[in-house]
Design a binder for this molecule. Structure first.
Ligand SMILES: Cc1cc2nc3c(=O)[nH]c(=O)nc-3n(C[C@H](O)[C@H](O)[C@H](O)COP(=O)(O)OP(=O)(O)OC[C@H]3O[C@@H](n4cnc5c(N)ncnc54)[C@H](O)[C@@H]3O)c2cc1C
Length: 555
């Protein structure tokens, strides 16, 4: 018996092109990677359509609904230590690796290569984030693996390949491989120097100096990767310092390595990605880099994973934003569409400003990672990698909660995308260097010399006059940056990191976005009235319509 007609409900946001309707992203590619812009346009247009398709969105949903399962043994009692996935996960992996999100700038380095890859990663990040974990780890290990004369001939071509070959078998029988990273142990994650896992020299072979390793890792994501870089001590009293090692799952003789997956983490979110606890029972590993130089090696990788945390968090902000804009234009309350209600307009405009500023900061940072980055860009990379990672990730849970609220009750049900997006939202801030650790890294970068401070000053200088609040904050921050007696006290680190990130975002918007948007960003974030809550600043409403139209044009 029909009781009512369904009306005044929104529609699923599927079969939309995430690239075609993103004017800001297209401008970013043009501005930061002009040499790639026209060739990349076609590729990104196709990827944007793919990521926005109903099919891919269904994969994202299923890959998270049907979580990976751990199979420790076969039915005869032999060890397997395998995580198994829903087919949707494999489709997503094939899409990400087929796009070269793990390898493109290494396979084809050049001006803007990292920016093009970042734009593609940003589009994919609006689709699904669990598979981005192994993709990012593979991307981050490639430069390190390329420097290993024993390992590179066999492993590098397969790391650079754009295939997805998930079958566990010897590397020589594979077309492509993925890699993970294992640092965190029970007694310390941020402070990896507390690692107790011990490697003992075993011999030498074509892959290099071979060790056996005994110990554990407390967080070990994507355990179905073909190999991992891990940290271990080489002496029981840790006096040599940590060393980096290469650990394959299948040994050169075809046997399984002694990598025991104890259990999968029962995580709050990031459900499509398997994160495990593992033990090494005299597993075979090969030394990477010098003995005792493991931390610098891992830090080199960490810079790339931190870049991806920034891009990925900007992408999730965008994913939430377009859902909320789509809904607000379809749903009416109190006689008007939500998108026409003045207070809702303020909220939506604020979300748009935040999202665009995050995207610019992330892609600008990616440009500093390009192979041709000059000294100034390198200096910016040192300070902006932790600053951008901190700020974009830190803002994400707040942005996500506001985007969800735009949908009212429909935002808070599992059938929609917000459960997944919201649960994902704190993660990028936790792993790869949690918030405080990033802020302390900003202080460290500034403490090393004046290069990073000079580079920031030059970047901010161009936008002088944008807004009195901007000029005042630049003056105060520069005074601190160049004061020989400045405080690098740890308790001040968040305050300065936030200013550095906000001023950089403002300067980028001034350069690349409509001037009035840049000025409004400053007014609402650096002016005295900012309370940090979306939509609370009275200046937002006047420009809201234009800002929303730029962010996601109304069909
Ligand atoms: C889903 C998931 C997957 C993961 N996958 C992997 C993986 O594949 N490989 C891997 O190696 N690790 C992995 N990790 C671990 C992750 O990188 C660590 O959890 C993270 O680095 C923090 O380390 P910790 O958990 O030991 O926390 P701690 O180091 O104990 O830090 C706790 C808190 O203290 C703060 N803190 C630390 N030092 C200071 C200080 N000096 N001053 C002020 N505050 C400080 C931190 O910012 C943090 O907020 C994963 C984590 C998660 C949640």
């Amino acid at each position: 018996m029909p009781t009512h007609q369904v009306e005044n409900q929104s529609t699923p946001l599927v079969d939309v092109n995430l690239w075609e309707h993103d004017a800001a992203l297209q401008s970013a590619l043009q501005a930061l990677a002009p040499a790639q812009a026209s060739s990349a346009h076609h590729r990104l247009n196709a990827l944007g359509a793919r990521c926005g398709s109903a099919q891919a969105q269904a994969w994202a949903f299923e890959a998270n609904q049907f979580k990976p399962q751990l199979h420790t043994h076969d039915r005869f009692g032999h060890r397997l230590d395998e995580a198994r996935f829903h087919p949707a996960y494999h489709h997503l992996m094939a899409l990400a690796l087929g796009e070269g999100l793990h390898a493109q700038p290494w396979a084809h380095p050049g001006p803007g290569a990292q920016v093009e890859r970042a734009a593609a990663y940003y589009l994919f990040g609006q689709l699904e984030n669990g598979v981005q974990c192994p993709v990012t780890m593979t991307y981050a290990v490639i430069p390190v693996m390329a420097q290993q004369p024993g390992l590179a001939p066999t492993w590098l071509p397969r790391l650079l390949a754009r295939d997805y070959d998930p079958i566990l078998r010897p590397v020589t029988q594979k077309t492509a491989v993925t890699m993970g990273m294992g640092m965190t142990e029970k007694q310390g994650g941020s402070d990896v120097r507390r690692n107790s896992t011990l490697a003992t020299l075993d011999g030498q072979d074509t892959w290099g100096e071979r060790y056996t390793v005994r110990g554990h890792k407390w967080f070990f994501s994507a355990p179905m990767c073909d190999a991992f870089l891990i940290l271990a001590q080489t002496d029981p009293d840790s006096s040599a310092g940590l060393t980096c090692f290469f650990l394959p799952r299948i040994l050169p003789d075809g046997q399984r390595n002694h990598l025991r997956v104890q259990r999968l983490k029962d995580k709050i979110g990031n459900l499509s990605n398997a994160s495990s606890e593992v033990e090494f029972e005299d597993a075979y590993v090969w030394r990477v880099g010098e003995v005792g130089r493991g931390v610098p090696t891992i830090l080199e990788m960490g810079n790339h994973t931190r870049l991806d945390c920034a891009i990925g968090s900007a992408a999730i902000q965008r994913a939430g934003l377009i859902q909320s804009l789509h809904h607000a234009r379809a749903r009416q309350a109190f006689g008007r569409h939500l998108a026409e209600q003045p207070l809702m307009q303020s909220v939506l405009a604020d979300l748009c400003l935040e999202s665009e500023a995050s995207m610019w900061l992330a892609l600008f940072l990616a440009r500093t990672f390009d192979a041709d980055a000059d000294a100034t860009q390198q200096a910016l990379r040192r300070v902006l990698t932790p600053a951008a990672k901190y700020w974009i990730c830190k803002r994400l849970p707040h942005v996500m909660a506001e985007s969800m609220e735009v949908l009212g009750g429909n935002g808070y049900v599992e059938e929609g995308p917000f459960g997944r997006l919201f649960r994902e939202s704190p993660l990028n801030s936790i792993w790869e260097g949690s918030g405080n650790v990033m802020c302390l890294d900003v202080l460290r970068a500034l403490g090393r010399g004046h290069e990073s401070a000079e580079a920031l000053r030059a970047l901010w200088q161009e936008a002088r006059g944008l807004h009195p609040a901007y000029d005042a904050q630049v003056r105060a921050t520069e005074a601190w940056l160049f004061d020989p007696a400045r405080s690098l006290e740890e308790h001040t680190a968040r305050a300065w990191t936030e200013r550095i990130a906000l001023l950089t975002q403002a300067a980028l918007l001034w350069r690349h976005a409509p001037q009035e948007n840049a000025a409004l960003f400053v007014e609402t974030r650096l002016g005295t009235d900012w309370r940090g809550t979306m939509g609370s600043h009275p200046a937002l409403a006047a420009q809201a319509r234009a800002i929303m139209q730029r962010a996601w044009p109304q069909a």
